[in-house]
Design a protein around this ligand. Structure first.
Ligand SMILES: [Zn+2]
Length: 75
């Protein structure tokens, strides 16, 4: 059994639990539309997500994790 990288909840075959995985999907999805409008890099985008006071707590944790891990965007 794997554990979520962010909250230690058990998860199956994923880096994140259902909550964090959902937040991750939203982040990736939103980036697709941001990229079209504003040529912004994945890293810059993640910083904006993390700094945005409107970002939910789950998404913020995911964004900060991705920034710190230097994970590449692979979509
Ligand atoms: Zn989690």
């Amino acid at each position: 059994m794997l554990k979520c990288k962010l909250c230690d909840k058990e998860t199956q075959n994923k880096d994140f639990c259902d909550f964090h995985n959902k937040a991750y999907d939203n982040i990736v999805e939103k980036y697709t539309s941001w990229k079209k409008a504003l040529s912004i890099s994945w890293k810059e985008y993640l910083s904006k997500v993390a700094e945005n006071p409107l970002t939910g707590e789950w998404a913020k944790q995911v964004a900060e994790h991705l920034i710190n891990s230097g994970e590449k965007h692979h979509v």
